[in-house]
Design a binder for this molecule. Structure first.
Ligand code: UDP
Ligand code: MG
Length: 310
């Protein structure tokens, strides 16, 4: 019999929690398998803590982790993964924007042998055009520069097999975007589609500032693209200046007038700029290598092994 862990980050969700619990519990009970619901109270300032205490007192399968302050949804998801003891872990939002029935479909896919099941959004009710447009551009950009198989139109609503959870927890970086890490670890991934409803109560916590931070945490740990830009520009400028010098020398030798002494200033400044940018680029590459060491990700992840017993 399998055990499921539902992990739910909650920040000021006093109006949603009871509704969430009432929607999820009957479906989980119906499975007639073991489960736990882990709520991570991310430093809420409303009655979230008291409501969760009440739910936990009535139902031992409800577990609660109260953060000392607001650390963000990604930190809460990481905590949930660390606390989860299930064979499969399902991450869901507290506001019922991730429909519990879809979580049941994810479980079916897991039983068919998939290791990660993404919730893919077909319709995104209650989201501004700005949010949808930035998400569209961001994920396509991410795929291009990180060369990772990042599925589009998916958030953090996912099911993870135990081995995927362990792989993600073994990644040492501090600032993390779970959906990017999920793409990095690999394994057998699939998705179920759903129409994303509006939140059941309250308002989104994602301000523009938080969205920018999330975007950064997806990009910087996963690519060296930005670090290689100065060296590329520096070399380009260096070669352009060299070509300019050669042209000027040829023109001078052929006694063709081309602008006099001041004209030599352009390739000279260009060459100097090229040297400076190239040197900065080299430092950047080294910083990138140091970051990789600090990140301390596993060097490889084994999905299966055969004939290794004894
Ligand atoms: N959340 C959190 N900490 C935060 C912000 C959000 O734990 O700092 C939780 C929130 O309670 C919800 C989930 O993360 O369960 C998604 O947040 P939200 O619904 O505000 O995001 P949206 O669905 O608008 O992208
Ligand atoms: Mg939401």
């Amino acid at each position: 019999m399998a055990k499921y862990s539902i992990i739910v980050p909650a920040y000021n969700e006093e109006k949603s929690l009871q509704l969430f619990y009432d929607a999820v519990t009957p479906l989980m009970r119906n499975l007639q398998e073991e489960y736990e619901i882990i709520f991570i109270n991310d430093g809420s300032r409303d009655a979230t803590k008291e409501i969760l205490r009440g739910l936990a007192d009535l139902d031992k399968r409800v577990k609660v982790c109260n953060f000392s302050r607001n650390f963000g949804q990604q930190a809460a998801l990481y905590c949930g993964m660390e606390m989860a003891s299930g064979d499969a872990v399902i991450a869901m939002d507290a506001d019922l924007q991730d429909p519990p029935e879809v979580a049941m479909e994810m479980i079916q896919k897991w039983k068919e042998g998939f290791d990660v099941v993404h919730g893919k959004r077909k319709k995104r009710s209650g989201e501004t055009v700005f949010k949808r447009a930035t998400a569209y551009v961001y994920y396509r950009f991410m795929r291009k520069i990180t060369k990772m198989e990042m599925p589009t139109d998916v958030g953090d609503f996912k099911l993870y097999d135990r081995k995927v959870v362990d792989a993600i927890l073994s990644m040492g970086e501090h600032d993390r975007l779970l959906r990017a890490q999920t793409a990095w670890v690999g394994f057998k991934q699939t998705f179920v589609e759903f129409d994303r409803p509006e939140r059941v109560a309250g308002e989104t916590h994602y301000t523009l500032k938080k969205m920018v931070k999330l975007a950064e945490d997806g990009i910087f740990p996963n690519t060296n693209y930005h670090l290689t830009l100065p060296i590329k520009l520096g070399l380009l400028l260096g070669f352009a200046s060299l070509a300019c010098f050669v042209t000027f020398i040829v023109l001078t030798c052929c006694h063709i007038f081309f602008g006099g002494l001041t004209a030599w200033l352009f390739p000279t400044v260009g060459a100097l700029g090229g040297v400076i940018l190239t040197c900065q680029g080299l430092t950047n590459l080294h910083v990138g290598m140091i970051y990789k060491e600090v990140q301390n990700r596993p060097k490889y992840i084994v999905a299966e092994k055969y004939n290794f017993e004894d």
